[in-house]
Design a protein around this ligand. Sequence first.
Ligand code: GLU
Length: 375
Amino acid sequence: MAKSSQVHKRIVVKLGTNLLTGGGCCLDENTMSSLVAQVAQLHHKGLELVIVSSGAIAAGGYKLGLTGPSKGISFKQVLASVGQSRLMNVYEKLFAQHDITVAQALLTKTDLSDRSGYLNARNTLLALLELRVICIVNENDVVAVDELQEARFGDNDNLSAMVANLVDADLLLLLTDTAGLYSADPQHHPDARLISEVDRIDSEIERLATGTPSKLGTGGMVTKIEAAKLATVSGVTVVIADGRQSEIILQLVTGQAKGTRFLPTANKLDSRKRWMLSGLGTRGKVIVDAGAAQALKKHHRSLLAAGIKQVEGHFERGDIINISDSGGGRLGYGISNYSSGDIEVIKGGHSRQIATRLGYDYGAEVVHRNNLAII
Ligand code: GLU
């Protein structure tokens, strides 16, 4: 597991709208220039960096002179379409000053939910790192539609965690306009304390996040904590920090700057398990009893039919399924050895009964522990 003092090699830097606009209505090139200079310095030291950048909607609104209150998703898609090239234009210009070539990747959840789409995106991003090109990723807002909840990342915080997973990053920096996660809402509680280190994201940490909303961006502390959870279970260190502080990226990389640091809760997982944990390719769900939940979480056992109480959705043998406890808590994901129809028949029964109940069997485990990724 990473320690605070570890020097990280592959880093995803997420830059939020509030940071890039300085809280105003257009891109703040001074702020961007300082952030780019820091990324460039690390790049020239040999580190590998990917940027996940918001700001397209803000840039588009400013260019069209439409900076008033939001007029719905399709309007934001239009603004993003106008603003994305403006955003890239600024990055292109700023990185050129440091002799760095940039690339653009616009991703959606739908692209990545397909295993081959995921692998194509991964191969492209890894090849860009190899070529020493800095890739600037944003959600493909033009096709990502809010009404289809499942088809949208919803925010660049979660997107950045998925990108960190995609490229096997060891550090994810979520840079925003607040110093990190506080023990209470600092706007209402002057004695609120900045939490400097979190070794496990539990319900108390999730509760604290709901009291710290963001002013302008799509995400807030809630989506940052979701992102931190996804990344830390895959072995990535995550820091939420105030991107406006000078030299912040340089200091965060060596563990010096202030912010909230989330330690990885697992060693690096293999790429296939990280994909599973992102929940992207999930086809259905099984709900397990308390005994099975314990066996999976604490003892890293396989999931057996005996512990399954309920099946939801339609999936085939070989599909990835969500595994939840009866309180609705997500335990993790796994590749199912049985279809949803089969599990309907064998659930609650002993593994020895599978062949009799189905007329065939694919082994004692519904999900083998080697094919499980537990959160
Ligand atoms: N993709 C959006 C943009 O570029 C930002 C989404 C977010 O703020 O998380 O404006």
